[in-house]
Design a protein around this ligand. Structure first.
Ligand code: ADP
Ligand code: MG
Ligand code: ZN
Length: 653
């Protein structure tokens, strides 16, 4: 489908096309009539008038009826020696007419027919032989007959099909109809005349706001740009991980410019039926054009904009939708103040045609917020919450490295919910910090009772991590240790957190020390209980991952030096690593990783054996208290290690 037939499609697009139903009904009725006629009308045999008279004479006839200028003769159900002569299965009236109104009595009864003759004597003869005769009036009336056989079933069929279609389309989410003829549902996109969101509601993301400001300015005052001959970009693509505020930014643009906001999700475009998505795009642009200046926002544009080549199976529907989008983007006139914004977290899979100048030629990166960004976002969301005056959002921002705006909004809400649960009227710092843990590790699972032995192992395991942290230079301080199980699977955990600043760079020693910290949990199990539990699996996974990245991506191994052996794909999503090397190299990489892990595990074991006293003391304390703070931990640690160095708090690199 393309622009040429847009008018025609538009007309039929609002409702399922009636003529389609009629055609289907007619076909169904003809089929039904034929089949029923075939099934219901008994097979009749043609005989001559003489044979008929002879039959009457021989008392073989039970009844005669006169239908459609024929005598239809019902033989007495007796001996069946009469031989057929002209067997014709279809009889003469292959339709409901004869069959429906003159049902044969039993299966045994033979039916014959012959041409009508106006023979007065016949009826005397029939009378004398006691043969009944009749004329079914209704059937012989051609109008009634026609209505009964055609109009009624047709109407009936039509109703059934319409109902069936309605049900079907409801089941499919209200979107397409049964025919898949370009129909669009006006509710497929949202129109907000006022989004009510402004740049103030979007914290951090200063660079993104700056780029978008130009669009806002243009929407306010297009004349300024057109006067000088400058063309405003037609579209901008917001790129970034989920939850960083892309949708929010797009709404803020509309809010700042005070124009209507048309939004639609890419996945809603792509339907089961070919052509539906394309007609939706067409519809959307048409509506938006009428309301310009305005913003069209296409969320998850990757759902339609997926690169067209390089695919195992082609998807006609998506291609058509994409083509329609491309042609609409070429077609509209920017001077009216129509701007298309789109969001994606997989920019690398987008079709190149979408990205070329004149379409989404602007790319606005919406990154995960940094420390300051997180603090600002928290400030925005805490505004609507009653808080105690001593709330420290900076501390919370420090604890939430890696969290995006959506996470932070969620955490603030969790904290408020917790305050209500605790029967308080305001949110305290402890609510905030607890909600951070809930988001990271899951809720506390008080009903999971660990056996005394398991509890001991978990405690020593966690203190192993904590001690390795305290005993090494290049690590972040311990914030909290707990052995209360969490819903997301952890039986206990040790929380580390930077004290003042977030780090953007990590050096090799920091990474190695962190691997040691990961492995120290298992090391403690082995030293104290001489056992190996499944509790270390997540530690091992993360340590291995870190070692692998050191070797393959950060150029931190002696064997390979500065060779990029892997790269990250979909970096805004899960960030899977893709290997670029030969099989032999892969083996060598694995060997290198094994070497690193072994070395670090030995170091972890040595650290803990040398500090067995601290390990035991802190673990016993933890078993008793279940949760201890970083300060409590350091207190015992320092007491045990009186003469040793205590420089843990003040390292920097
Ligand atoms: P995305 O579209 O990037 O996946 P959204 O814009 O839908 O993310 O963000 C989801 C929610 O997270 C927003 O409604 C908002 O409450 C919160 N949020 C995300 N980023 C920010 C931010 N920079 N400032 C304030 N709130 C944010
Ligand atoms: Mg979004
Ligand atoms: Zn562990």
């Amino acid at each position: 489908m393309n622009n040429n037939n847009s008018n025609r499609n538009k007309k039929t697009s609002s409702r399922p096309p009636i003529f389609m139903f009629i055609i289907i009904s007619v076909i169904a009725t003809v089929l039904l009539n034929t089949v029923l006629g075939f099934l219901m009308s008994p097979s009749k045999e043609q005989i001559t008038y003489d044979e008929f008279l002879a039959m009457v004479e021989d008392n073989k006839v039970e009844e005669v009826s006169i239908e459609n200028s024929q005598f239809v003769i019902y033989a007495k159900p007796e001996k069946k020696e009469d031989k057929k002569e002209n067997a014709s299965i279809f009889g003469e009236t292959g339709m409901l007419g004869g069959g429906m109104f003159a049902m044969p009595g039993t299966e045994e009864q033979k039916i014959y027919y012959t041409g009508y003759l106006n023979d007065e004597r016949l009826f005397d003869k029939l009378d004398s032989k006691g043969v009944k005769y009749s004329t079914p009036v209704e059937v012989n009336n051609p109008v009634v007959n026609f209505i009964l056989t055609w109009i009624l079933p047709l109407a009936f069929m039509y109703i059934i099909i319409v109902i069936f279609t309605k049900l079907l389309s409801k089941k499919m989410g209200g979107g397409g109809g049964i025919m898949g003829i370009g129909q669009s549902n006006a509710k497929m996109y949202n129109i907000e005349n006022k989004t009510g969101v402004t740049f103030k509601d979007v914290a951090g993301q200063e660079e993104a706001k700056e780029s978008l400001n130009e669009i806002v300015d243009f929407l306010h005052n297009p004349g300024k740009y057109t006067a000088i001959g400058a063309k405003q970009p037609k579209g901008a693509l917001l790129v970034g991980p989920p939850g960083t505020g892309k949708t929010l930014l797009a709404k803020a643009v509309a809010g700042e410019a005070n124009v209507p906001f048309f939004s639609l999700s890419g996945s809603e475009f792509v339907e089961m039926f070919v052509g539906v998505g394309a007609s939706r795009v067409r519809d959307l642009f048409k509506q938006a054009n009428a309301k310009a200046p305005c913003i069209i926002f296409i969320d998850e544009v990757d759902a339609i904009g997926k690169s067209r080549d390089n695919q195992m199976s082609t998807n006609d529907e998506r291609e058509q939708t994409l083509n329609q989008l491309l042609s609409e983007m070429d077609g509209f006139d920017t001077s009216k103040g129509l701007v298309v914004l789109a969001a994606t977290n997989r920019p690398e899979i987008l079709d190149k045609a979408l990205l070329r100048p004149g379409r989404f030629d602007r790319r606005i990166i919406v990154e995960k917020p940094d420390l300051k960004g997180r603090e600002d976002i928290l400030k925005v969301h805490i505004k609507n919450v009653v808080i105690s005056p001593d709330i420290d959002l900076h501390a919370m921002a420090l604890a939430t490295s890696g969290a995006v705006g959506a996470d932070l909004a969620n955490m603030v809400n969790e904290a408020a919910l917790r305050a209500v649960r605790m029967g308080r009227k305001e949110v305290l710092q402890e609510d905030l910090m607890d909600s951070v843990e809930v988001i990271i590790a899951g809720k506390e699972k008080k009903d999971r009772i660990l056996s005394a032995e398991e509890k001991r192992i978990v405690a020593f395991h966690e203190v192993g991590h904590a001690l390795a942290t305290a005993l090494q230079k290049n690590t972040q301080p311990v914030q909290k240790i707990t052995i209360v199980p969490r819903t997301m699977g952890a039986l206990g955990y040790t929380m580390q957190m930077p004290d003042k600043e977030e780090k953007y760079l990590n050096n090799k020693n920091e990474l190695l020390d962190q691997i040691t910290v990961f492995l120290a949990g298992r090391a403690a199990e082995e030293i104290v209980f001489d056992t190996q539990t499944t509790g270390a699996s997540n530690d091992i996974e993360r340590a291995t991952e870190m070692a692998r990245q050191m070797v393959t991506m950060y150029g931190m191994s002696d064997t390979f030096g500065l060779v990029g052996l892997e790269s990250i794909e979909h970096r805004y999503l899960d960030g899977r690593a893709v290997s670029h090397c030969s099989e032999e190299t892969k083996t060598a990489i694995d060997n290198e990783i094994v070497k690193i892990m072994k070395e670090r595990y030995e170091i972890a074991k040595k650290l803990l054996t040398d500090n067995r006293d601290a390990l035991d003391k802190i673990s016993e304390f933890l078993i008793e208290k279940e949760t201890i703070t970083g300060d409590e931990f350091m207190e015992i640690f320092n007491k045990v290690n009186e003469p040793e160095i205590i420089p843990e708090d003040t390292e920097e690199s």
